[in-house]
Design a protein around this ligand. Structure first.
Ligand code: LCS
Length: 392
């Protein structure tokens, strides 16, 4: 059945056939017994299908892998222990010593850390590009560039990259495009449908939605993903546990309704923040004055739940402000039912040297807010009472 997109979050490709169980059962098992030795040998040789050992595959995890592939519009999904496990597996599969990775000018702090590690250990270099125009992108591609790594919206500056433009340039040169789709979720943006090659997710965020799982997902072409599963994933082993896969299957059923509410709430809060005298600037894809508004209208369904903003004042003012919040929790991560606030320069992106951070547009006055599912007026009232201390 070719379901409409919202239904795919609930009814994925693999209908549960386990005694009619509505939810996919949790196969909490490390291994699978073979009916006879010869069958074990056949499974290892890849001659017959069937599970062997949960690092190589597990029915609950596979149901999630099928579900994410269906909602991203890709051929095959794979689940990992974390978003970083997914990103490191994909980048390991795409590179060899001496290669180069070209990234957006702004990536999550630990992705930056991974790129540093790859350079130190395997001489795989990386550089950052604004990617505002095709010409700019072409100039930054080197003969040894083995992939493009794109965050859009970029964490935490909320700048947007034109995926259609990136795909056009990448195809001219035969370079695969990897998109970290964490901030949008497949509900707001589907990079594979725009011609990108691989999508990665920190499933910890919107896909889970309830702040109770750390997980990662990747989706791409069948051949590439099968090869990745049989090599990097199998041998490095950063796999997802069956219970986490079950929680993610559950969380994803409500992703479309949650994303609608996150976006609605965020749009209202964005407008209020923009009017407040203690706020310097607001960065949100749902803002009609966002510098990449045209691209947003082309590739995103709505602005999503993350707003970044800067306040008037130094780091002491920032800390004073966030310490004053009551409903809003000071925590990294995003995409949860609870509204969360964090300070990128000293938290999620503190690993990036200050000079680089400045180039990415992350200064000390920047604050990132992940708008939750509460009543928006409660969120705003909390922000407002804390912003008052800046006026004082
Ligand atoms: N990609 C993006 C865009 C992220 O924001 C994160 C985590 C990751 C990948 C890594 O995923 P994980 O391994 O944590 O599942 N971002 C975080 C953040 O902004 N606050 O806390 C974690």
């Amino acid at each position: 059945m070719n379901y409409r997109s919202d239904s795919k979050y609930i009814h994925g490709r693999q209908a549960s056939s386990y005694h009619g169980s509505l939810s996919v059962p949790i196969f909490q098992t490390s291994t699978f017994s073979f009916p006879e030795g010869e069958e074990g040998a056949r499974r290892f040789a890849g001659e017959t299908d069937g599970y062997i050992y949960s690092r190589l595959g597990n029915p609950t995890v596979q149901a999630l892998e099928d579900r994410i592939a269906a909602v991203e519009g890709g051929e095959k999904g794979l689940a990992f222990a974390s978003g970083m496990a997914a990103i490191s597996a994909v980048l390991t599969a795409l590179t060899k010593t001496g290669d180069h990775i070209l990234c957006t000018n702004g990536i999550y702090g630990c992705t930056y850390g991974l790129l540093q590690l790859m350079e130190e250990k395997y001489q795989i270099t990386s550089s950052f590009c604004e990617m505002r125009t095709a010409e700019q992108l072409r100039l930054m591609i080197q003969p040894n560039t083995s992939c493009l790594f794109i965050e859009t919206p970029i964490n935490p500056t909320m700048r947007i990259i034109d995926l259609e433009m990136v795909v056009k340039v990448a195809k001219e040169q035969g370079i695969p495009v990897v998109v970290d789709n964490t901030f949008s979720s497949p509900y707001l943006q589907q990079p594979l449908m725009l011609g990108c090659d691989i999508v990665v997710h920190s499933a910890t965020k919107y896909l889970c939605g309830h702040g109770d799982v750390v997980g990662g997902l990747a989706v791409g072409k069948e051949e590439f993903m099968k090869n990745l599963a049989a090599t990097v994933q199998k041998d490095i082993g950063g796999i997802m546990a069956p219970f986490d896969a079950w929680l993610l299957l559950r969380g994803m059923k409500t992703l479309p309704v949650r994303m609608e509410r996150h976006s609605e709430n965020a749009e209202k809060i964005m407008k209020k923040l923009k009017e407040h005298p203690a706020v310097n600037a607001v960065y949100y894809p749902g803002d009609e004055n966002h510098p990449e508004r045209k691209i947003i209208q082309k590739q995103m369904k709505s602005g999503g739940g993350v707003i970044s903003f800067s306040i008037k004042g130094d780091i002491r003012a920032v800390m004073g402000f966030i310490n004053q919040l009551k409903l809003i929790r000071i925590a990294v991560s995003l995409g949860d039912a609870e509204t969360l606030i964090q300070h990128p320069a000293t938290m999620t992106h503190s690993l990036i040297p200050k000079l680089e951070r400045d180039k990415m547009g992350i200064d000390e006055s920047l604050i990132r807010l992940s708008i939750g599912l509460e009543n928006w007026e409660d969120i705003w009232e909390d922000l407002l009472q804390a912003l008052h201390i800046l006026d004082a």
